[in-house]
Ligand binder design. Structure first.
Ligand code: GLY
Length: 388
């Protein structure tokens, strides 16, 4: 078991347990006498590993609540439902609220626990790759409000985040690759050789998957592909967690360095907003898989490519080491969609209203090389003019 610690000064404020399987979960729960579990209903139904988690919880008589974890349910009403359920089940100040699910589940459960009785402890078992490498680490919690994503919330750290690739085997490939985009983003920010390793592994998995589809009658052999690579995946997930834990330890409240984690996100939020407005019609080439026309991770991938274009223009005289084409090639080889169907002019108005914009300026995170990014303050007009 590898424990990756998150610090405030020299005090450990949260732990990430990076594992290959669920075998160590019970030991992590042992110190907590009163655990209350909130699980995404879809995870309970579709993720075989959920039965193993349920066994651990049943052995300890942990009460459980199922919730619908979709973007449209990411509201104060759902947070209130969690609080009501905690009250009805007698959760006290010594409770530990355990969230089992993707980023929407962990964001909302963390928020509910943060305000319930002025704050009780909480922990996460993230079941998507995106939540494992990003959402469930670092303490950002919250819900959508009016038309803004994650506009209400607090930064408060989970006791622990327990993660392992075992729970990822039932993820649809597009969902998995959406998380892979955030993992690659992390390695563009800080590398240590992981970016190339991740691209090699994910490209190889994509090839195996395509061959498997040709050779077997199985409708979707992606889970088998993931199952064959748990060790390498566990190492890369742990490496991404180490990078994020380091950044959060140095800048928990996003006054400086943590902004780097938003690489590609200003563009990504604009892409997701435009896709919502036009019903995702520019992404109609996507198969009907019940997922949005563009997933968050795909939008981040597109945003990284655009950020590389902006970096290329911004550092024109410094012959930037990484180009838009190189970033796009790496993502495409992994099977990640990264071609943005919107022009930067179409995105401009939304970027101006980004919740992270300050005084009309946005911190655009620019990749100079793999493992070297810089947050640069530009107005949206300046960025659009450079990218035109
Ligand atoms: N998802 C970016 C952050 O946690 O800061």
């Amino acid at each position: 078991m590898e424990s990756i610690d998150i610090y405030s000064g020299d005090k450990v404020i949260s732990r990430v347990m990076a594992e290959e399987s669920l075998a160590g979960l019970e030991a992590c729960l042992k110190p907590y006498a009163h655990v209350f579990a909130v699980m995404d209903r879809a995870v309970a139904v579709h993720c075989p590993a959920a039965a193993e988690i349920a066994d651990v919880l049943n052995r300890r008589n942990v009460p459980g609540m199922l919730m619908d974890a979709s973007e449209c349910h990411k509201t104060m009403e759902t947070v209130m439902e969690i609080c009501t359920w905690l009250l009805e089940n007698g959760a006290d100040r010594d409770a530990l609220v355990l969230a089992v699910g993707g980023g929407i589940t962990t964001d909302m459960t963390g928020f509910a626990a943060s305000i319930y009785k002025r704050g009780v402890r909480f922990a996460y078992v993230p079941t998507t790759l995106l939540a494992q490498v990003d959402a469930a680490i670092g303490g950002k919690t919250g819900v959508n409000f009016e038309k803004y994503k994650n506009i209400l919330g607090v930064i408060r750290q989970p006791e622990f985040t327990y993660m392992c690739p075992q729970v990822l085997e039932s993820l649809p490939r597009r969902d998995f690759l959406s998380g892979a985009a955030e993992m690659l983003k992390t390695f563009v920010i800080e590398d240590g050789g992981c970016y190339a390793r991740a691209v090699e592994l994910l490209s190889g998995m994509s090839e195996e998957y395509e061959n498997g589809r040709r050779e077997t009658s199985e409708a979707d052999p992606w889970g088998d592909t993931v199952g064959r690579h748990t060790r390498e995946l566990a190492e890369l997930i742990a490496a991404a967690a180490r990078v994020k834990a380091g950044v959060v330890s140095r800048d928990q409240f996003e006054k400086g360095e943590r902004r780097k984690l938003n690489l590609g996100h200003t563009f990504a939020h604009a892409i997701e907003t435009l896709a919502q407005k036009d019903g995702g019609e520019r992404f109609k080439c996507c198969e009907d898989d019940g997922m949005p026309g563009v997933t968050h991770g795909e939008a981040v991938a597109m945003g990284m490519v655009l950020a590389a274009r902006l970096a290329d223009r911004y550092y024109r005289n410094d012959s930037a080491a990484i180009t838009e084409r190189e970033v796009a090639r790496g993502l495409k080889n992994c099977g990640i969609r990264c071609t943005c169907p919107y022009s930067v002019q179409e995105m401009a108005d939304i970027m101006r209203k980004d919740k992270k914009a300050e005084g009309g300026k946005v911190h655009f995170v620019l990749p100079k090389a793999i493992g070297d990014v810089e947050a640069v303050e530009l107005s949206v007009e300046e960025a659009v003019a450079l990218m035109a």
